[in-house]
Design a protein. Structure first.
Length: 180
């Protein structure tokens, strides 16, 4: 005969073991939650610092851009002041000049100085006459039927065009040859 032996303490031990396991699981969950909260707080602080750094960077870049435009213009104006001085001297000199050649030479000298100053600032004349028409650099304001020039060749420049690097400041106004 087999006797089933029911030990009341065994049930208490099992309940205690289950309770300890539950407490362990709860402790692990709390540890995990605590770790996740710490990690979240750490990442959130990093995000806030990064956002502030980026905002400061953006403001600094904007100030630098404004400063560059302001002082870039200032440098260009300083270079042009010398030319104004030459015009003033030329105007005074014209009061007593009777020689047209001297006026012409003075005018050409100042024109050359203006163009050289603008070249130093990056201005380039767009080549046009004798070149093939390119709508990126030229505006055709006239077309002339001719057999003397190949079709689409620029035969006359009405107004010079200028560019700065790859950017067209003003296209050249041109007369383009067409087939007769």
């Amino acid at each position: 005969m087999s006797h089933k032996h029911n030990n009341p303490f065994k049930k208490d031990i099992e309940i205690n073991e289950e309770s300890e396991k539950t407490e362990e699981v709860q402790q692990k969950n709390e540890d995990t939650e605590s770790h996740l909260q710490e990690e979240y707080d750490k990442l959130n602080q990093q995000y806030i610092r990064l956002a502030a750094d980026f905002d400061n960077y953006r403001k600094r870049q904007e100030q630098e851009r404004e400063s560059l435009l302001k002082y870039g213009t200032e440098n260009a104006l300083k270079k042009m002041i010398d030319i104004l001085d030459n015009f003033d001297r030329g105007a005074k000199a014209l009061e007593n000049v009777e020689d047209c050649k001297q006026v012409k030479d003075s005018f050409n000298l100042i024109h050359k100085q203006v163009f050289e100053t603008l070249q130093k600032l990056g201005l380039e004349e767009i080549e046009a006459e004798g070149k093939e028409f390119d709508p990126n650099f030229h505006d055709a304001v006239m077309q002339t039927p001719t057999s003397e020039h190949p079709e689409h060749t620029i035969i006359n420049v009405m107004q010079k065009g200028y560019k700065m690097g790859d950017k067209v400041i003003r296209p050249a106004l041109v007369n383009v040859a067409t087939v007769e």
